[in-house]
Design a binder for this molecule. Structure first.
Ligand code: ATP
Length: 360
């Protein structure tokens, strides 16, 4: 069987990192396994055509096995309400394809400098699971600006939405090896249940779902406090489940503890569709210079293979995913290629070539 993968390069460093991941995926899977279909979209495309996600791109995404995306967005390309056009590309895909689970692994790789003192590779290995279609971002484009004096955006939670992300969290924990500190399977619910009804509801529904998973511990943390815990005891975490905006924020913090946005992979999953891209944005400040780190997008490509491999019970893809992760870690650990954001001078294309050589 071969798999169709729609690729959307996007803007800024998007094309560089997306093409890097495509090269690595091709090398890891060999010929005849992945069939890449490049499609347009992004802020530059919007400037030219008025569409950030063209209809033909959306239709291709709907039909494909998986989507791989660089990043989208350009400074100054905004809608009339001041919000960024570029973000709308993946936001539209999220909502239209119901990609409700944003999986963001936070893992310290060998060869990456950890800014936290006393933590080694193997000691930071958890997942921030961000609810991706509800919460505060659900009302994007629908907030109310009353006469320029009062502005509201509504935080939305539904039982269905919280139940399914909670179930996803517990299932994910079951497939992992537990927290590095004590080997315990643990889902930490991140909220502000002490302040808002919506978050108290989020916590209550997660607690209900937990009853079906007696083999997984449930743990709670307020969103402000967890920012300290993630710095002081990152080895305690296994899976952290959070509302959309909190998940967005704490996953970037988590990324910062394991080497920054340049190494942070991300998968946005629904029941049928999967969109894979680095957790970073289009980084226009370094675009077009071949200095971006492709690590996040390459590792997102590996997540894509894992997801496809599981969905289609295809061990070829699972093996290729593991080879990619080992190759990236090997290159980083041996110092064979050190990207700019890790203090080195390896170009994006050179890093890609180094990973491909390892795969050979
Ligand atoms: P968004 O809101 O779309 O997430 P952003 O403007 O908050 O985007 P990024 O585009 O992710 O942020 O970039 C933030 C900074 O991080 C950039 O200025 C860049 O220096 C750095 N950065 C992000 N991704 C990479 C990468 N892959 N390689 C190197 N540096 C990166």
């Amino acid at each position: 069987m071969s798999y169709q993968i729609v690729t959307i390069d996007g803007d800024g460093i998007g094309p560089e990192v997306c093409q890097s991941a495509v090269a690595v995926l091709r090398e890891a899977c060999g010929s005849g396994v992945l069939d890449f279909i490049p499609m347009p979209g992004g802020a530059l495309h919007y400037q030219r055509t008025g569409q950030v996600l063209p209809e033909e791109t959306y239709q291709a995404c709907r039909r494909t096995h998986a989507m791989l995306h660089g990043a989208a967005g350009l400074p100054g390309v905004t809608y009339a309400d001041g919000t960024e056009v570029g973000n709308d590309l993946h936001l539209q895909l999220r909502f239209k394809l119901d990609l409700f689970a944003n999986v963001r692994p936070i893992r310290l790789y060998r060869g990456v400098k950890c800014p936290l003192v006393g933590f080694e590779p193997g000691q930071i290995d958890y997942v921030v699971l961000r609810e991706n279609t509800e919460g505060l971002y659900a009302s994007r484009g629908a907030g109310v600006n009353l006469r320029g004096d009062v502005v509201t955006d509504t935080l939305v939670m539904t039982r269905l939405g919280v139940e399914r992300i909670a179930r996803f969290a517990f299932e994910l924990s079951r497939r992992r090896n537990g927290a590095p500190r004590d080997g315990k399977r643990r889902v930490t619910v991140c909220d502000k249940a002490n302040i808002l009804k919506s978050y108290a509801f989020f916590r209550a529904v997660c607690t209900e779902v937990a009853q079906q998973y007696p083999d997984v511990d449930i743990d709670y943390a307020y969103a402000d406090a967890i920012t300290v815990h993630m710095i002081k005891k990152p080895d305690f975490y296994d899976v952290i489940v959070a509302e959309n905006m909190f998940g967005d924020i704490i996953s970037d913090l988590g990324a910062g503890t394991v080497g920054g946005l340049g190494v942070a992979a991300s998968a946005e999953l629904g029941l049928k569709h999967g969109l894979f891209q680095g957790a970073h944005g289009s980084a226009p400040d370094i675009a077009g210079q071949d200095v971006a780190s492709p690590v996040a997008t390459i590792l997102s490509g590996a997540l894509m293979l894992r997801w496809l491999g599981d969905e289609h019970q295809d061990t070829r893809l699972l093996g290729a995913a593991q080879r990619i992760e080992h190759a990236v870690e090997g290159v980083l650990a041996d110092g064979e290629a050190v990207p700019h954001d890790q203090g080195g001078s390896t170009r994006c294309t050179e890093f890609t070539a180094a990973v491909c050589r390892r795969l050979q």
